[in-house]
Ligand binder design. Sequence first.
Ligand SMILES: C[S@@+](CC[C@H](N)C(=O)[O-])C[C@H]1O[C@@H](n2cnc3c(N)ncnc32)[C@H](O)[C@@H]1O
Length: 259
Amino acid sequence: MRAPDQEHATWRGHIAAAAQLLARHLGSGDRVEILEAGCGSASQLQFPHEARRVGIDNSRAQLARHPALDERIVGDLQAYPYPAERFDAIVCWDVLEHLHSPEAALDGFARALRSGGLLVIGVPDRASLKGQLTRVLPYRAHVWVYRYVFRMRDAGTADRGPFPTPMTPAMDRREIVKRMHAHGFEILVDIRYESEMMIELRHRFGLTGRTWAATKRVARWLTANRLAIETSDCLIVLVKRGRDRGRSERDAHGTSARA
Ligand SMILES: C[S@@+](CC[C@H](N)C(=O)[O-])C[C@H]1O[C@@H](n2cnc3c(N)ncnc32)[C@H](O)[C@@H]1O
């Protein structure tokens, strides 16, 4: 059974808000450059049309399938020598969980962003039930879910995903925020929500209504309230503090959103 549309409203709203924030921040102008880090074959956010879009991914096949990039870089996010202060924004969506050294990727982003630039991160919440299941289940279980639950018959072939998920401690939301603070970034958005995939997965397994309410109670008890059950993913938007643009950015966006 597919999830009803209204259950998807929350994550769609967060993604739309992040895209608006990005558009407001970048303004208009064709000299604006965005890096999609681990761009894969599709983008989750809508970008301003005028922006120049650079994608980096270590899979040549994924890069080739992406329909909307102005420049394609085959490279490892954990080691790529970006020019300093090149990009106006960096978007890294559903990638940090796949890296053995997400901290190296984050350090690279800090260097590659201009002062006042935005970093948009979408990542599973390591401190959630989904996060822990993702981490402990073997890769072949991920492939099984994609093939037989989501009916993606070619899952696990030709770099189509799922991708291995080491989910090291450095991709935990609090660690990301701490690290970027140390680089002089400030949080604009820090939200946890239930992702599209989790909503669909729940519905396929009949975890809705009273059954879902009872499952949540049991899961909370079993995990001693240490894991998020209702939410599965994080959206974090940070601004690189710097000279004048950093201040005008804070003024423009007001107080930070947190959930
Ligand atoms: C789950 S996909 C996400 C793709 C896209 N960002 C999206 O939201 O649909 C993860 C992507 O990260 C890429 N990736 C994994 N490890 C990487 C690395 N070390 N360097 C660059 N890209 C990597 C994979 O090839 C894949 O395209």
